[in-house]
Ligand binder design. Structure first.
Ligand code: SF4
Ligand code: SF4
Length: 99
């Protein structure tokens, strides 16, 4: 089976952050996910869903469906009992300096 270490990589600018800070990246590690659905329940924008596909353990892992609506609140990352969600907010000014 093909490994999917980060099957749910989302990296697109939410308008607010894009204008003021930079890009929001939400990474959900599909192999760590146990499909509890907590992240989906707490997301105020309702943009996290469970995939139709399963990971190697048979769980329908979580996916971010529309990163453009993400506010960067981090509720999903905080509540995940498997620590499967990581977030990164890339400061545009810093990225330009490093780039
Ligand atoms: S950071 Fe907030 S808005 Fe973005 S996906 Fe997670 S819970 Fe939803
Ligand atoms: S809270 Fe974590 S373990 Fe539960 S569905 Fe979301 S990513 Fe998977």
């Amino acid at each position: 089976m093909t490994e999917k270490p980060f099957a749910a990589v989302a990296n697109r600018s939410a308008q607010r952050w894009d204008e003021e800070l930079g890009n929001i990246c939400v990474y959900i590690n599909a192999e760590l996910c146990k499909a509890c659905g907590y992240c989906s329940h707490v997301c105020p924008k309702e943009i996290i869903q469970l995939s139709a596909e399963t990971n190697s353990k048979g769980y329908h892992y979580a996916l971010v469906r529309d990163i453009g609506k993400c506010t960067g609140c981090r509720f999903c990352a905080i509540i995940c009992p498997e620590v499967a969600i990581e977030m990164e907010i890339v400061n545009r000014a810093t990225a330009q300096l490093e780039g």
